[in-house]
Structures are given as C-alpha cells and as structure tokens.
Write a protein that binds this ligand. Structure first.
Ligand SMILES: C[S@@+](CC[C@H](N)C(=O)[O-])C[C@H]1O[C@@H](n2cnc3c(N)ncnc32)[C@H](O)[C@@H]1O
Ligand code: SF4
Length: 376
C-alpha cells in the first residue's frame, strides 16, 4: 500500500540565494531534536504501514550534511526493512569524502543524487554554491568509485552558462541519471529580490540541446526534467509521477496515502509544518483528494512522462467515466499533432510543450459533475 517513503532532512550548511525549500542552518541542539521527533513519526507510520518499501528517499535540505553519528542515528531510527529497495540520498558536492561514502554504503544507500548544478566556476559563484568545478568533478568521481548509482542535478539556461559544455561534461562522466531544471525565481528569495529574470528562449534551447547531447550517449528523456540510461530511472520519483502511495517523514515532506475505503475519496495528502511546530509534535494538515482531482493530477503528471498515461487505468482507479468528456479533445489534439493516442493511452509528442495540453484536458474534465462514486 505504501510503495515509497520520503524523509525530509531540512539542514544545509548555507542557504542558496535561489532556494525556497524548507531549509534551516544547524543551530544548538536542533539536529538531535529533529532525530528524536523523526523517530516518533517513523514509529507511528510504521505501525500503519509496516512495509515492505520499494523506495526510500532522503531529500532536503542536504542530508549528506549530517555528521556520521547523526546519519547512523537517522538510519537506525527507521523501522522498515530496506533490503532490495532503491535508497537515494541527496548530497551536495562539498559534503562528501571517502569515509562518508563508505558509511552511506554500509547504511544501505545505493543511489546518490548530487546537486552539481553546473561545472562552470563563474556560474556556480552566481548561484552562491559552496563548491566549484573541481569539487563537483571530484564528488562525481568518488560517488561512482564507491559504487553508487549516481544522478546529477543541473540547472540550465543560467546567465553566462555554456549549457552545451555542461551537458557534454555531464554525459562524459559515467553517471546513469541526470535531472535538468530551469531556474525558478521563487518569491522572497534573494534572487527574486534582485529582480533576476530567466531568459525563457535560452532555457527552451537548453532543453533541446539536452535531448540531443544526452540522447547521443543513450540517455532517454523519460520525464520532462529527467534523463536516464536504461535501467537507471528513479523508481522513487516514478511513484510520484504515477501517483502511487508514499509516506513522508520530517518537517517539510508531503505524503500521499490511501483514503479510507467506502468514502468518495481517492487519497489523503498530508503536508508538514514549520520546523518548530513539527518539533513540538503538531499533526500534519491533511487534504482529501477526490477521484476527479486525482484523475486531473494523474493526467498532468502522466503527460510529463515519455510513456504518457493510460486513461483506461485511471478510469478503473477512480470509477469515473473520463473518456467520454476527453475523447473529442484528445482526438482534436492528436489531429493537430500534439498527442499520440493508442486506445485510451495518450502521450505528448514533445515534452517541451505539455502545459497547454494539460489545460485543454483539464477543461474537458470540468464538465464532470462532482462524483459520488466509491474509490477502488
Ligand atoms: C532539494 S534540492 C537539494 C539538493 C541539494 N541540497 C543541493 O542543493 O545540491 C534538489 C535540487 O533542486 C534544484 N533546485 C533547487 N532550487 C531550485 C530553483 N529555485 N530553481 C531550479 N532548481 C532548483 C537543484 O538542482 C537542486 O540540486
Ligand atoms: S544546498 Fe540545496 S537545499 Fe540547501 S539551500 Fe542550497 S539549494 Fe536549497
């Protein structure tokens, strides 16, 4: 029932000027208090969902910033059996060394997601990153040497960035997975206050280059922002994109878990709270997801995937007739060359232009009256 588990580790050595994730710098006994509260949360969730887990993901913040004893405490706090699971940990290049990597291996981590962003010193400086080009290359080399499936995060289309050079460098390093983002200017961040504006044309070009340059080396763009060699796709993120069920621990994590059977609901989403309130034991706010809302979200996420989405499967999941309202708009979009359609399976022809497609599908679904159906 719970396929994946996300553990949010909110600590970072410094706060990057573009970041609006739920992050804090370590102070006083905050990490010890975090670990204590996490143990309580984990034990309550484990009682309800004892496993097994298919995926476990430590995200942040910067999980690799924890000290060795804290990492050990974090892992031993989790009561789930993780043998056979994909276990990913997000890491900043500056926080890794051989001893740390060995510890992570011994704790069961088999996949590292490295926040490289770029291999160009001036770009990294603009981003306010603590590492430079050398640090990024060293981290990748050590991660691969230590035997981790290794993924890189890149941000593309930045001012002064030679995206082609970054992409060529990334593909030559021997990693199996690359996530590529465009810089989001988040309200309230120093970048927003400095009124930085991304160049959308440059960003669009960078993604075309990414498809071409990474494609030449066998990477497949399997999701809008994600490229992988065969067998190297992120299983954990697949649970999100296919709107499966996952649990979440930590102050800034959001779970998506089954609703009680018998109600006109598909799922419950529980999102977490500011660190002090979470530490004080405040329960997460929950949001109820009905079948129609689930279908809309699943369509949006499914169209971000190269393989698209099977509306027939969604109908079975939600007990809604989705195809009647969708059919004519789907056929129209197929005739315009935007969608490929086989039976009730739809997929976008280009992952660069999915937003208008999603809006058209959602508009068509708005004709469905509020459902009184029971979820499967
Ligand atoms: C949750 S962050 C954590 C990773 C790690 N702390 C780091 O920064 O290296 C995951 C990734 O999100 C991306 N990211 C964070 N803020 C972003 C922003 N404002 N715009 C685009 N990408 C962003 C970065 O590529 C980052 O590596
Ligand atoms: S290190 Fe990562 S999570 Fe931390 S502030 Fe920077 S971008 Fe955000």
């Amino acid at each position: 029932m719970m396929q994946g588990l996300y553990v949010h580790v909110p600590f970072c050595p410094t706060i990057c000027p573009y970041c609006d994730f739920h992050v804090v710098r370590r102070h006083g006994g905050v990490v010890a208090a975090y670990l204590e509260r996490l143990a309580e949360e984990a034990s309550a969730l484990h009682e309800q969902y004892p496993g097994p887990l298919r995926t476990l993901y430590f995200g942040g913040g910067t999980p690799s910033f924890l000290r060795s004893a804290e990492l050990w405490a974090l892992f031993t706090t989790l009561p789930w059996e993780i043998g056979g699971a994909e276990v990913t940990l997000e890491a900043n290049p500056g926080t890794l060394n051989a001893e740390r990597l060995q510890l992570l291996r011994s704790l069961g981590v088999n996949r590292l997601s490295l926040g490289v962003q770029s291999f160009q010193d001036d770009v990294l400086k603009t981003l306010g990153r603590a590492h430079g080009r050398k640090g990024a290359l060293k981290a990748v080399e050590m991660s691969l040497e230590a035997g981790f499936c290794t993924s890189l995060d890149l941000i593309l289309g930045l001012p002064g960035q030679d995206c082609e050079a970054d992409l060529r460098e990334a593909r030559a390093l021997g990693v199996g997975h690359i996530s590529a983002y465009t810089l989001q200017i988040e309200p309230g961040t120093p970048f927003a206050l400095a009124n930085l504006q991304p160049d959308e044309e440059q960003e669009a070009r960078a993604f075309e280059q990414a498809e071409e340059i990474l494609g030449e080396a066998g990477f497949v763009r399997y999701e809008v922002s994600n490229f992988a060699l065969p067998q190297q796709e992120s299983q954990h993120n697949r649970v999100y994109w296919q709107l499966g069920f996952w649990g979440a621990l930590g102050p800034g994590a959001a779970a998506h878990l089954p609703a009680e059977a018998g109600k006109a609901l598909y799922a419950i989403r529980a999102s977490n709270r500011p660190l002090p309130r979470w530490l004080a034991g405040e329960a997460p706010a929950t949001e109820e997801i009905g079948p129609l809302e689930h279908a809309k979200e699943a369509l949006m996420l499914g169209l971000r995937l190269r393989e698209g989405v099977d509306v027939g499967r969604l109908e079975a999941r939600t007990s809604l007739d989705l195809w009647s309202p969708l059919r004519s708009v789907v056929e129209q979009m197929a005739s315009e060359g935007y969608l490929k359609v086989v039976g009730k399976h739809i997929r976008a022809k280009s992952l660069n232009t999915i937003h208008p497609l999603i809006l058209r599908l959602w508009n068509a679904l708005d004709s469905i009256s509020p459902p009184g159906t029971t979820p499967h």
